[in-house]
Design a protein around this ligand. Structure first.
Ligand code: PXL
Length: 281
């Protein structure tokens, strides 16, 4: 019997939305299924995400998060990765900055959650946007969607209905990679395909047949799988391909009459993410 290796430990700094299948509610099960140990640091606890389910009940996590980080540091915990997402405000942004300072050797993944479909989220102020841009500059990998790439580059909001060609997708990824060593830009419209593009050390465009249904939380699903796959030593393009495939399968597994505000039905597919046991390789 081989001795088990310590699971990769990833500090996850995102909101916890109870209903609606996004952020930590998606990231924790995905990373655990992939054999990683996620450590949750909720930036804010919400009854639901903010995408069309009314005004959520809200518990601010900033003071809790500051104390939790100091506790983990006092315990001498080490993190292989730090993965940040929805931050809610500048107090929550400070949690991500503090974590980066406490664990400089961790692999840092920033999903600059700020908007979608050509519009910033209502909670995103110019100050928060500037802070998230600065956080990206401290990251190893950033995962903006098409809208967020434009926000990071201080460009006009994109027309998400106007198709990009491959050269434009690669150019956008390369421009965004000025902020961090590697980048994957997601949600790029390419005619009947939807694509993600890698920039920086790896350059690629991956197209998936477009499924014209939109759900909250698919960016979190994508980011969690990329994170888990990279932690296992996969190349970025392979990680992005696996993530895009799982997101597409989860959308297809969601009945057409399901309430799209509640996200994709990924739970029955989680088993696909479980790595083979070392003695079965
Ligand atoms: O998945 C993005 C996301 C995360 N967290 C919260 C959100 C959203 C998108 O709407 O509202 C709270």
């Amino acid at each position: 019997m081989l001795k088990p290796t310590r699971p990769k430990t990833i500090l996850c700094i995102h909101d916890l939305s109870g209903a609606g299948r996004c952020s930590l509610a998606v990231i924790l099960p995905v990373l655990a299924a992939m054999g990683c140990q996620p450590v949750a640091l909720p930036t804010v606890v919400l009854s639901t995400h903010t995408g069309g389910l009314g005004e959520p009940a809200r518990l601010d996590g900033a003071a809790y998060g500051r104390a939790a980080l100091e506790h983990y540091a006092a315990l001498g915990m080490a993190f292989d990765g730090i993965y940040t997402g929805y931050l809610g405000g500048t107090d929550q942004l400070a949690l991500a900055e503090r974590a980066f300072a406490l664990w400089p050797a961790a692999y840092k993944i920033v999903d600059p959650v700020m908007g979608d479909n050509g519009r910033p989220y209502s909670t995103v102020t110019p100050e928060l946007c500037a802070g998230i841009r600065a956080l990206c500059q401290k990251a190893d990998l950033i995962l903006p969607n098409y809208t967020e790439a434009a926000l990071l580059l201080q460009r006009d909001m994109p027309d998400c209905a106007a198709p990009l060609d491959e050269a434009a997708a690669l150019a956008l990824a390369a421009d965004t990679a000025a902020l961090a060593p590697i980048v994957v830009v997601t949600g790029l419209p390419m005619g009947k395909y939807i694509a993600c593009a890698g920039g920086g050390r790896e350059r690629f465009v991956q197209k998936k047949l477009r499924i014209d249904r939109s759900f909250p939380g698919t960016g979190d699903l994508f980011g969690a799988i990329v994170t888990g796959a990279l932690m296992h030593g996969n190349a970025l393009s392979a990680a992005a391909d696996a993530a895009a495939e799982f997101v597409a399968s989860s959308i297809l597994a969601t009945p057409a009459d399901a309430d799209s505000r509640l996200g994709v039905w990924f739970e029955p597919l989680l088993g696909r993410l479980i790595p083979p046991a070392a003695d079965q390789l």
